[in-house]
Design a protein around this ligand. Sequence first.
Ligand SMILES: [Zn+2]
Length: 241
Amino acid sequence: MALKILWQIQETEKLQFRLEKQLKEDEVAKKLRDIKHKIINMQERVKGIKDKDNNLKHKGDILEQEIAGLNQEIKSINERLYTDKNTNFKELSAHTKQLDKIKTQREEVENKYLGLLEQREDLLNEFKKIKVELKSAQEEFKKLHKTYENKRANIRKVLESIPTARSELIESIDKKLWLKYLELKKKYPDPLSRVDKGICSGCHIGLYTDEINRLKKEIVFCSHCGRILIPGNSEENQSAC
Ligand SMILES: [Zn+2]
């Protein structure tokens, strides 16, 4: 009976160790960090696109003003051409040349403006694409974070219950046995070793027949590693402990 309680204590300690480790190096936490990194990266890309688009818009406004100015110039030359009756051939030719020059200039500016619109269109498409990815990453993060927090809360709850459960178990066992357990604990994480088919599961060395026989009536220590032996399934039926 005492060994079974001691075994329970050891299992509780193992569980505590495992849960504390889980809290420290959680796979989900790593995944959450990766998603967070991805989100920050996408947010920076979105900001970059907005900045670039603002810059293009500003350039576009300047080009629009330029086009309006050129239209105005064309309009006034045309007016002069058609309303001034006293214009001689030389002046007429100069006006026409000037008009062609400005029209070519306007075409160049308009082409520049169209190219700019295309760039803005591409940016908008990229923006929409990232926004969809960003939304999905944010949703994934939110969902995973909730699961992660619930899981951690559950682990903490179990961990909090361990000290009391452990104290209660300790109180019910023999002091000498407990002290021996603590002494061995300095050397091994598992001072209690289950015997499996005549082999100590702590050091994996076969036990002497005498040791196995004694398991039936007393507390036996492994003659190789010194661990406290607890009968396994094959030895349990014959054991008194
Ligand atoms: Zn051993």
